[in-house]
Design a protein around this ligand. Structure first.
Ligand code: SAH
Length: 251
């Protein structure tokens, strides 16, 4: 049994309890070293075999998993954030299916949640946006035709861009070709929840210049939308005049 575990966005105490328990039990850990905080490896047993997959091919990763499985080891594949987003774990699961090796997945805190926490921001504000688009700018990896950034940006809702910090001139053009104004609030969150986390508030129009000035071109998320602007109208949830399942409105 191979356990795919979400490591969380960076801070070592933002892994789930289940994920940490598996790391404590593991005989073999293969971690995505480009983005997983090595501090998480402190959960591992002293004699745990640990591999960094950053410079490995998928074939090499699968071979390690198979050898571990054949030897009856408890194997953890540690992926950054939540594995379900840009995690490339599906292709590994397809290979494991072919080999008849079973697996399960432990979710993690994604960096988009870590970035919102860093900003004390709420993506879904009444009157402002009730949707969050998680996407990326097309780069070396293609994006399906219907998901080109300008098209996604036509909604003007809250948006988080992964894997796009090095492409911000193009991002700005696409966002403005969609529904955002150049003065729409934006933020660049570098290494959310890591000790060297940095948050830069800016606008759609100043995204590229801000990243250049601060020297950020990777390990960052781009947040866009009016949810990043000032005070908001209150929601109905805690409104004394609003009745719902758990509370009756006062007169
Ligand atoms: N599965 C991960 C995303 C992996 S893709 C998750 O759920 O967060 C890698 C991209 O995620 C990076 O290029 C960057 O855009 C973003 N990223 C990952 N960790 C980050 C962090 N702590 N702070 C900011 N961006 C991060």
């Amino acid at each position: 049994m191979i356990h795919f575990v979400g490591a969380g966005p960076g801070a070592a105490d933002l892994i789930t309890v289940r994920g940490a328990d598996l790391l404590k039990k593991a005989d073999l850990v293969i971690y995505a070293g480009s983005l997983v905080n090595p501090a998480l490896l402190h959960y591992c047993k002293e004699d745990c075999e640990i591999h960094n997959s950053a410079s490995m091919t998928m074939e090499e990763v699968i071979a390690l998993m198979k050898a571990g499985e054949d030897a009856g080891k408890t194997c953890v594949r540690l992926h950054t954030g939540d594995p379900s987003l840009y995690g490339a774990h599906r292709e590994q699961m397809d290979e494991l299916d072919k080999l008849g090796i079973s697996y399960d997945v432990v979710p993690g805190v994604s960096s988009f949640s870590g970035a919102a926490a860093a900003l004390c921001a709420e993506y879904t504000l009444p009157q402002i946006s009730q949707s969050l688009i998680i996407t990326r700018m097309e780069g070396r990896t293609a994006v399906p035709e219907g998901e080109k950034l300008a098209r996604m940006a036509s909604h003007g809702c809250s948006m988080v861009l992964f894997l796009s910090a090095g492409l911000l001139e193009a991002v700005r053009e696409e966002l403005i070709a969609g529904a955002y104004e150049p003065d729409t609030p934006a933020a660049i969150v570098y290494k959310a929840t890591w000790p060297d986390e940095a948050v830069y508030r800016c606008t759609v129009g100043t995204l590229a210049q801000t990243a250049k000035d601060k020297g950020v071109n990777k390990t960052a998320l781009i947040l866009v939308g009016d949810f990043l602007s000032g005070p908001v109208e209150r929601s109905k949830l805690y409104d004394p005049a609003f009745t719902h399942e758990f509370r009756t409105a006062s007169e």
